[in-house]
Write a protein that binds this ligand. Structure first.
Ligand SMILES: O=C(O)CCC(=O)C(=O)O
Length: 280
């Protein structure tokens, strides 16, 4: 048994592939509490709640974020679950700060898939040591799970990311890259040219990926399957605040400024708490 919740092999896989799927690292008591939280949030969306998609049959894909500041089960999970340490060790960081949460909920049979994209280029921070931990709260089949392009976190080209503001119709999410930027490759229509990974996952499993790893998908659900995902995002030593002219998703520039964080600062304060430290 490992002394730590991740093995040396997991850490190496995360470094080379930009993703690792960890099995059974989150206790089912956490999953039960988070499911209660998600049901509550669905009925009472936060100001960051969005409808991502509603298809002709009325099947919906919903998103919410920063819910950890609305209910204790989420806040407890951020502070007390093993994920802060898991992320810190995967990043080979000396400390791990919580960044934000994102929940993704799709009704039974929903086909809608998230377009392939990278996260870090649209965040209000920049840096290589980041972890996005995609954690299904219900069983999900490989063909309906999030997909990632193996090794894409190491690609040096900066890409024009899809504008999720256009998808939600909400200008607060707008990120509009200049026409001079290089569009992200059309992975969906050229799948055989990419090394795409996804896994059958059970509650308790977590897919951890670098914020620069290209990812997309989910959806494509069987008629009797819904999908509820709670994702937490984590930051390591080299991450700094940045306010991007193209826009940010989610845009934290106002709340960061309110607590005195400015470009170049390492994220901290009660908004981005340090949850794990190698030397603690
Ligand atoms: O689950 C999804 O549909 C999208 C997930 C995603 O983009 C993320 O976790 O950053």
């Amino acid at each position: 048994m490992n002394a730590h919740p991740v093995s040396a092999e997991d850490i190496e896989t995360f470094a080379t592939d930009g993703v690792v799927c960890l099995r059974g690292v989150i206790g089912l008591d956490w999953i039960e509490r988070l499911l209660e939280g998600v049901d509550h949030t669905l009925a009472n969306p936060s100001p960051r709640g969005r409808l991502w998609n509603r298809d002709e049959q009325g099947r919906e894909s919903r998103y919410d974020s920063q819910v950890w500041r609305t209910r204790p089960e989420y806040a407890d999970f951020v502070h007390e679950s093993p994920l802060g340490e898991i992320a810190g060790r995967l990043m080979r960081a000396t400390r791990s700060n919580f960044f934000f949460d994102a929940m993704f909920v799709r009704g039974p049979g929903t086909q809608f898939r998230t377009p392939f994209h990278q996260d870090e280029p649209v965040w209000s921070v920049e840096g290589f040591q980041t972890v996005s931990s995609w954690m299904p709260l219900v069983p999900v089949a490989k063909e309906s799970a999030l997909e990632v392009v193996r090794g894409s976190h190491l690609w040096e080209q900066d890409f024009r990311q899809p504008n999720f503001g256009a998808m939600t119709g909400d200008s607060r999410d707008d990120v509009v890259f200049g026409e001079e930027t290089v569009p992200i490759p059309d992975i969906e229509n050229n799948r055989d040219q990419y090394d795409i990974l996804s896994w059958d996952m059970e509650p308790g499993d977590v897919m951890c990926f670098n914020g620069r790893t290209i990812h997309g998908g989910s959806g494509n659900l069987a008629d009797d399957r819904e999908l509820k995902v709670f994702n937490t995002k984590w930051l390591g030593d080299d991450v700094r605040v940045v306010f991007r002219e193209c826009g940010m998703d989610p845009d934290h520039s106002d709340v960061m400024s309110e607590v005195g964080l400015k470009p170049g600062d390492r994220p901290g304060t009660h908004l981005y708490p340090e949850v794990w430290s190698l030397h603690a």
